[in-house]
Design a protein around this ligand. Structure first.
Ligand code: MN
Length: 285
């Protein structure tokens, strides 16, 4: 099933894509189901099954709604650095022996077709295509073999990165360099895990103004999704709607000679097999 969050007059809502391509508001089709993505994800696989039934029998909305990020307000935006061997190499560092985590604040989240705002205080803004994992049922100390029960689905994502902040500020300000407002676009849809099947061999591409800059497969991940979720859940309790950006393949702008940086007017597309295409335009602050 393909799910979106969208903006109605009464705030955010969740809808599923019907067989004819139109979106069906889930609570309107079944009033016993909740109105938002996080509440729906909290119901676990059973809630998603009921949502699928509702989408099957509901009436699609007449107009295409204004799409929000699939989880517009995640409690946590967790990110993994250096998780493709080739990207670690192009970054001039050894592949890590354990996964490297950082985070973005929820204020960085934006949706498909939202503008990425390039902040005045950075001169080196780069792109990174990433597979995003969306947590369904929450948990702490989730064993690797149980992770599959906690993943609701997947989305294309873009880890926008201010390299000068991330790498050149005193102490290397990874968090600040990665968390400017609008630096965490993901979407347009959440594709549920049952529809994706095995997420560990999906083609992932990034196009900048139509030119392919990154083109790899998720089978290149150093730490797989089950390892990442198990590892981070040793530290913090995961809750429904938390998202994990799982790292980027080679081809980022800063590793190119000469470097390629994002500028106002640029269009960036992240396409992942089975998950769709996320598109955002860059604008100046
Ligand atoms: Mn990244």
């Amino acid at each position: 099933m393909k799910l979106i969050s969208y903006l109605s007059e009464n705030g955010q809502r969740v809808a599923g894509r019907g067989s004819d391509g139109g979106y069906v508001d889930i609570q309107s089709a079944d009033s016993s189901l909740p109105s938002t993505m996080r509440e729906l994800l909290a119901l676990g696989p059973e809630g998603l099954n009921r949502a699928a039934v509702a989408v099957g029998k509901g009436r699609p909305m007449a107009a295409t709604p204004r799409i929000l990020a699939p989880v517009p307000d995640p409690q946590k935006v967790i990110c993994v650095g250096l998780n493709y061997a080739d990207h670690a190499k192009e970054s001039g560092v050894q592949p890590p022996e354990e996964p490297v985590f950082f985070c973005k604040f929820p204020t960085a989240v934006c949706a498909h077709e939202d503008n990425i705002v390039l902040p005045k205080v950075s001169a080196q803004i780069d792109y990174e295509a990433e597979l995003v994992v969306v947590i369904g049922r929450g948990g702490k100390n989730i064993p690797k073999q149980k992770v599959v029960e906690h993943v609701a689905g997947y989305c294309p994502g873009h880890d926008v990165s201010a390299r000068d902040w991330q790498l050149n500020k005193p102490g290397k300000q990874w968090l600040l360099g990665k968390t400017f407002d609008t630096f965490a676009p993901f979407g347009p849809e959440l594709t549920t895990a049952d529809e994706v099947g095995d997420p560990s061999d999906l083609r992932i591409q990034l196009r900048l103004n139509g030119t392919t800059m990154q083109d790899s497969r998720t089978n290149q991940l150093i730490f797989k999704i089950d390892e990442l979720v198990a590892y981070v859940s040793q530290v913090c309790t995961l809750v429904p709607g938390d998202v994990i950006f799982t790292g980027t393949p080679p081809g980022v702008g800063m590793a190119r000679k000469p470097p390629v940086l994002l500028k106002p007017g640029d269009s960036v597309e992240v396409e992942i097999e089975k998950l769709g295409t996320l598109r955002n335009k860059c604008v100046g602050e």
